[in-house]
Design a protein around this ligand. Structure first.
Ligand SMILES: *[C@@H]1O[C@H](CO)[C@@H](O)[C@H](O)[C@H]1NC(C)=O
Ligand SMILES: *[C@@H]1O[C@H](CO)[C@@H](O)[C@H](O)[C@H]1NC(C)=O
Ligand SMILES: *[C@@H]1O[C@H](CO)[C@@H](O)[C@H](O)[C@H]1NC(C)=O
Ligand SMILES: CC(=O)N[C@H]1CO[C@H](CO)[C@@H](O)[C@@H]1O
Length: 342
C-alpha cells in the first residue's frame, strides 16, 4: 500500500476554551504540556470509571455492571430472514416482538440479504444484539436525506434521514452493514445529509460492521460507544456527534474526489453532559477511494475533541490536518492542534 505513510501518527484536536486555565493554554504547544494534559485526563477517568460502572439502574456495584451481567445470563434468540423461514421476515417485526423493558439479552440472528427498512430501536428495549455473518452479511439499507419530505410534508432533517437509529443501551451489532444509499449530495448542497446509523444509547458496541454512506454517515450522537474492526465510509462530516467513543482497528474511507472531512465532533451546545465526550481512533487506517483531499476533522462547536493515535493515514490527508470551521486557528482562539510522530 504505497499510498500510506509509514509513520504512525498521534494527532489530536482539542478546543479547550472553557476547561483549561490560561497558563496551560500558553504552553499547549509543547510536548510537556500535552503529556500533563493526558495524565490529568487519565486521572479524571480513573475517578469517573467507578461512577460510570454503577450508572445502570438498580446496580449495587457487585460486578462492573450488574444489570448487564444479568442480561447476558438470560439470552433469547429470534431468527430474522427476509426470505422467510425464520421467526420474522423484517427486523422491525422482530423488534416489535421484544417485550418493553426486557431484562435479558435478545439476539436477532439476521440471515444474509438486504433488509430494506428504516429501523428505530427505542430506549425501552435494551440489551439487543444484531448478529450477522460478516462474510455474507445482513445489509440494512434505506435512502432518505435531510431534504426528504416526511408524512407532515416537511423535510425530515438530519436525524430523520437515518436508516437505523439505535436509542437503547447495551446494544451490540456484529457483522452488519448499515447503509444509506441516497445519491451522493453535491459539495455544499443543502439537505444532503444522509445518515446510515445513529447511536444514541450508551454502552453500545459494534464489531466487524460496515457503516456506509456519503455526507453524515455515522451520527455518533450520544453515549459511550465502541467500534472495533469496522469500515466507515463517507464524504463530509461522516463521523459526527456528541458521542464518547473509541474506534479501534477501523478503516475510515473517503469515497469522494472532492474534499472529505472525517469527523465533526461536538461537546457543548444543548446535549446534556456532552462535555464528557470525544472521539478516539486507535490503530485505524484512513484511506481514500475517491482521491480527494482529506481533513481529519472540523470543529463543530467550541470544544470539539478528537484524537487519532497510531493511525495510518493515506497521502490524501492534508498536512494541516484539521479545519477550524467557524473557529479560527491558532491556539489563542481556543482551537488547539497537536501532532506528534511516535
Ligand atoms: C429473562 O429475559 C426475559 C425477556 O427479557 C424476561 O421476560 C425474563 O423475566 C428474564 N428472566 C430472568 C430470570 O431474569
Ligand atoms: C419509546 O417507548 C416508550 C415506551 O413504550 C414510548 O412512550 C415512546 O413513545 C417511544 N418513543 C418513540 C420515539 O417511539
Ligand atoms: C491493528 O489493526 C489491524 C487491523 O486493521 C489488526 O490486524 C491488528 O492486530 C491491530 N493491532 C493492534 C495492536 O491492535
Ligand atoms: C467489515 C469487516 O471488517 N469485515 C470483515 C469481518 O470479518 C471477516 C472475517 O474475519 C472479514 O473477512 C471481513 O473483511
Amino acid at each position: 500500500m504505497g499510498r500510506h505513510m509509514a509513520l504512525p501518527l498521534l494527532l489530536a484536536l482539542a478546543a479547550l476554551v472553557a476547561s483549561l486555565p490560561s497558563a496551560s493554554l500558553a504552553t499547549a504547544g509543547t510536548a510537556g504540556a500535552f503529556d500533563s494534559w493526558l495524565s490529568a485526563n487519565q486521572k479524571d477517568f480513573a475517578i469517573n470509571q467507578a461512577l460510570y460502572a454503577k450508572k445502570a439502574v438498580g446496580d449495587t456495584g457487585s460486578t462492573i455492571d450488574e444489570s448487564l451481567s444479568k442480561a447476558e445470563d438470560n439470552k433469547t434468540t429470534y431468527v430474522v430472514d427476509p426470505k422467510g423461514g425464520g421467526d420474522y421476515k423484517t427486523i422491525t417485526a422482530a423488534i416489535d416482538a421484544i417485550p418493553e423493558g426486557n431484562t435479558g439479552r435478545v439476539i436477532l440472528d439476521l440471515k444474509p440479504g438486504e433488509y430494506r427498512e428504516k429501523i428505530f430501536l427505542n430506549l425501552s428495549k435494551p440489551y439487543v444484539t444484531f448478529k450477522s455473518d460478516p462474510k455474507n452479511p445482513a445489509i440494512i439499507a434505506w435512502s432518505d436525506t435531510a431534504a426528504t419530505l416526511g408524512k407532515d410534508g416537511k423535510p425530515v432533517g438530519t436525524v430523520g434521514s437515518t436508516t437505523c437509529a439505535i436509542e437503547s443501551d447495551y446494544f451490540v451489532a456484529y457483522g452488519v452493514v448499515f447503509k444509506n444509499d441516497a445519491p451522493l449530495a453535491k459539495p455544499g448542497a443543502k439537505g444532503g445529509q444522509a445518515v446510515a446509523l445513529r447511536t444514541f444509547g450508551t454502552k453500545q458496541a459494534f464489531y466487524n460492521c460496515t457503516i456506509d454512506g456519503g455526507q453524515d454517515t455515522l451520527y455518533d450522537h450520544k453515549g459511550l460507544h465502541y467500534f472495533k474492526d469496522c469500515v466507515i465510509k463517507g464524504s463530509v462530516d461522516f463521523i459526527f456527534g456528541f458521542g464518547r467513543s473509541l474506534y479501534e482497528n477501523c478503516r475510515i474511507v473517503s469515497i469522494v474526489k472532492e474534499i472529505a472531512v472525517l469527523t465533526a465532533q461536538q461537546r457543548t451546545k444543548t446535549i446534556e453532559g456532552a462535555i464528557e465526550s470525544g472521539f478516539s481512533f486507535k490503530n485505524c487506517t484512513i484511506m481514500s477511494e475517491g482521491g480527494g483531499d482529506i481533513y481529519l476533522g472540523r470543529a463543530w462547536g467550541d470544544s470539539s475533541r478528537v484524537i487519532y493515535a497510531y493511525t495510518e493515514m493515506s497521502k490524501e490527508v492534508v498536512p494541516v490536518g484539521w479545519d477550524g470551521w467557524n473557529i479560527k486557528q491558532p491556539e489563542s482562539t481556543g482551537v488547539y492542534f497537536y501532532r506528534r510522530d511516535a
